[in-house]
Design a protein around this ligand. Sequence first.
Ligand code: ATR
Length: 264
Amino acid sequence: MKKYFVIGNPIDHSFSPKVHNFWIKQNNLKAIYEKIKLEENEIQSFISEIKEQKIAGCNVTVPFKKKVIPFLDQLSLEAEKTQSVNTIVYDNGNLIGHNTDIVGFEKAIKNLNFNINLKRVLILGAGGVVPSIVFALNNMGVKEITITNRTKEKAENLKKLFDNLKVEDWGNLPDFDVIINATSLGLNNEIMNLEFSNEVKNKLFYDVIYNPSETNFLKKGKKLGNMIENGKKMFVYQASEAFKIWHKKEPNVNSDIFKLLDND
Ligand code: ATR
């Protein structure tokens, strides 16, 4: 029986076991997927168990996506550029770090009836998931990317990874065609104190959060007459890419899987 995990802290909220075990069963694989909460000083020994093949592979979530990197042998190009790993695979004696959040976000956007090419994008937040979103947006040929974060220094630091970013003070809202909430504000139904004018219409409001399925940010966007999308598809597509890497099989992404995640 092959064992897979998602590691993070906190980890209780993770839907990864639900999704992966569903596909494992559907594909009749001899495997199991569990979540495990680790402390930072436990990462190295956990990863060494993958090297010894006591554990087949793992996903990595907040706050360890960068912290696992020193313990790996190789990174995919995307993981290297974003300094973010969410999937670890054992390959011929080597541990390889991948970043499937990028494909997850790209597929989620391409699924929408919204052409993001040459659009102006405003990202709220500068946390762990933002480099992956920026990488994907650059792939999709957006016109400009502006980041605004409560702690401005963290937004400025992202310029070291991507030299095409603009940074705005938190609270300033430059014109945009697409606005992405990549902060954790909304996970507990917090209100985001951003004032949008009534002219903000026919834009795309995207929230990385998918539980609750409609954050106050998305509710506000919808009320003003904008298209809205939560992070559910991104989550499912990043999981399906990880599944493909480990099991060399394309999992079924359909309404059953999205229903699994309907929690509210
Ligand atoms: P990390 O910052 O450790 O990568 P994260 O969950 O990936 O964690 O990111 C949380 C994001 O939500 C950050 O951009 C954070 O802003 P700071 O960098 O200033 O901490 C943002 N965030 C969390 N609570 C917030 C709040 N009350 N108001 C504004 N932004 C908030």
